[in-house]
Design a protein around this ligand. Sequence first.
Ligand code: SF4
Length: 468
Amino acid sequence: MKINSPLEVYQYLPQTNCQECGELTCMAFASHLIDRSIKLEDCKPILEDAYKEKYQDLSELMAPEIAEVIIGVGEHAVTVGGDDVLYRHQLTFFNPPAFAVDVWDTMSQSDLIERVTFIKDYKKFYVGRFLTLDMIAIRSVSGDPDTFKHAVTLVMEHTELPLVLCSLDPAVLQAGLEVAAEKKPLLYAATKDNWQDVYDLVVEYNVPVVLFAPDELDTLKSLAITFIENGCKDLILDPGTNPQGRNLRESFENFIMIRRAGIKEGQKEIAFPLMAVPMTAYMTNDDPVSASYWETVLCGVFTVRYGDIMILHSIEPYALLPEMHIKDTVYTDPRTPVKVDSRVYKVGSPDKDSPVFVTTNFALTFYTVESDLASNEINCHLLAVDTDGLGVEAAVAGGQLTGKNIADDFKKSNFDFSDKTSHNIVIIPGLAARLQGDLEDTSGLNVMVGPPDSGRIPGWMEKNWDGK
Ligand code: SF4
């Protein structure tokens, strides 16, 4: 049984409305637990002895269908899995896939440090935040435990990112664990041939592990059952990532079958996060550029269908950017529009003669407009009107963007035109042209209608803006 309504959750809470969790009532807390915007542990009273049983029961009843596995420690720890649905529109997807980029133990010291530093520092600004890489996968190419241990040590000296220790040789994995166990790395991998030795390592060092059985779902399931029965629950399943043709189709179908069995059929023994390895693209492609391109395709395929953690090789921008963008898009919560605070922003260094633009607080719209203005060195003020995260056209049609709303949001931002400008002019988006009269009547401002696309603002400025 799984709990799905706030009323059901409420039965297990202390029901004192003490507000220690920051919510006004236990029922409000219950609602947020259901949408997973807070954690059960945020209710401190339920952690007391008096509620011990209810806490345990509720934890189990609210556990996601797919287990969550934490890799790493501290602020960089990565949580994978945790989904409840097969399709995002049914709720949302939680915990975006973790991207682990590989290094290998036969790299020269300087190359290794350079690559680790690149992975650690890589970030791209997108819709108000930075997209980054999540983990480093250290592959044993030498097959030598000491060489591997040295590489792991070197990587740890240069990054706090969580690690995946990659070898099928338990002696090599052990060498890595001897220096990295405290960082709770992920072991890759236990197979039908080495599972007993890897199991011993998992127990001794208390770390998560990938179970790997390419194209053998029965073997994978049997491995999972063996580990579960022996008390290991931090499992990730790798059913194999075939890079090409019919075999790729089989891999894709395996991912879907396993996830469907975990969520729809309640097969708890395989309800674990899934590992995809898009870098298998390099196995069938000698040309590194083509392989990188195909790796990106595979990464996209398995981001869309249930890859919870991936090992990647290419660090070319043309590979990383699309990979990170598709992840961000698929894992954006469809229930919550991505929006920015509604207020007047400064772009560049505006003075009293600078123009004043209006857009909406839908993050994608806002950052597009802001970026177009900034990259063209247009010093100005920019109001993000609170449209509840809708873009301009939809907000005008739906009544969230009106003359009154714009005037009100200038007031809420304490933006007084007679104080901040010498011109009393506001420029609204071309797609909101029909608000011109309404805004003039409501605000007393002179309203100009800008272009429908912020990319055309520089050309529009040349023709229409003379400073006042
Ligand atoms: S802290 Fe717990 S008991 Fe107090 S209001 Fe929140 S949910 Fe209710």
